[in-house]
Design a protein around this ligand. Structure first.
Ligand code: ATP
Length: 307
């Protein structure tokens, strides 16, 4: 049965050093069943390193990590079968055909099928879910960049993972493919209860998909919360725009509701074109990353408050 309180991912005091270069400093976060976490951050912030440690592809330098109840450094085949991974880089299977490859990869998961989770995903259903039906019989090298990325996603989910890692899954997608991918993510979390950790540079995508956003900067988590929580905590001011008799006005305030109430009290029905604009995720992201880069290391966290 679904238990939304179940912790699927627990990271504490995670550190990573390449040679003498510390790239992760005391990273800590958790993810619960069915949650979508988006890991944001500038190039080189440590997103891929974090994900690779959680996937068991990279050994950490220090800290505690639990993925589906197991330390990834000791995860066996049965643990790995419960994970799905979509890496940034392409794999080289150029001569295989789409359907053939997915059916083949799916066979590896059959021994890990359970009463609750039937593995693998039925091949044609999976191909349909990622929008590759018209290309099912093509060789991989004949696919476009975006089609190839859809296949990468299919490879990641063929074993019906309980936890799915997606490293920049929509890079190279056209707007329609992006929207279809977002629908697929909702389907995976709603119908299959999949927990998803994804990295993206597309803030609009993070806004649409994430239950929680983690912002990593210089190897540190500088924010942890929903898009709304982060924007409320960082940018207290909202911008109110309106017109009276065709003349435009703009005012910044921390108390938008009260301000609008006063506005109507004063001008009544003469107020038109009213808009109240809170900080966008992009505004919030820029503020937090710039603060972190300037050495202001206050961490914004819904769970912990500001510390
Ligand atoms: N194998 C490696 N050896 C040494 N340094 C590395 C290695 N891999 C990554 N790094 C360094 O670790 C830091 C974090 O890199 P990482 O790839 O995790 O960042 P990222 O947030 O995923 O960046 P991007 O958005 O560009 O993908 C960078 O400074 C990078 O140069």
């Amino acid at each position: 049965m679904r238990n939304p309180d179940e912790v699927v991912l627990r990271v504490e005091d995670l550190r990573m050093r390449y040679g003498t270069n510390d790239v992760l400093h005391d990273v800590a976060f958790t993810a619960h069943r069915g949650e979508v976490l988006c890991l944001l951050g500038p190039n080189g912030a440590g997103k891929t390193t974090t994900i690779e440690i959680l996937e068991g592809f990279r050994m950490r330098s220090a800290g505690r990590v639990e993925v589906l109840g197991t330390d990834p450094a000791n995860g066996g085949e049965d643990w790995r079968a419960r994970l799905g991974v979509v890496l940034q880089s392409w794999r080289d299977h150029g001569r295989w055909r789409v359907r053939e490859l997915l059916a083949h990869l799916g066979e590896y998961y059959a021994p890990y099928s359970t009463e609750r989770i039937r593995r693998p995903w039925q091949t044609d259903e999976l191909i349909e879910a990622v929008g590759l039906t018209p290309h099912a019989h093509k060789k991989l090298r004949q696919l476009s960049g975006g089609q190839r990325r859809r296949l990468d996603v299919a490879i990641g989910i063929v074993g019906r993972p309980e936890l799915l890692f997606l490293d920049e899954p929509t890079a190279g997608f056209d707007p329609e493919a992006r929207r279809e991918f977002h629908e697929l993510v909702h389907r995976l979390t709603d119908d299959e209860d999949t927990t998803i950790l994804l990295t993206t540079h597309d803030l609009d995508e993070a806004d649409k998909l994430a239950d929680r956003i983690l912002i990593l900067s210089g190897g540190r988590i500088v924010a942890d919360g929903s898009a709304d929580e982060l924007s409320r905590q960082i940018a207290g001011e909202a911008e109110v725009r309106w017109t009276v008799d065709g003349q435009r006005f703009v005012h910044s305030t921390t108390e938008a509701t009260k301000y609008v109430y006063e506005l109507f009290k004063q001008h009544g029905e003469a107020v038109a074109d009213l808009e109240v604009r809170r900080a966008s995720l992009e505004d919030t992201y820029m503020t937090l990353v710039h603060q972190a880069e300037a050495g202001l290391t206050a961490v914004v966290s819904e769970e912990a408050g500001v510390r």
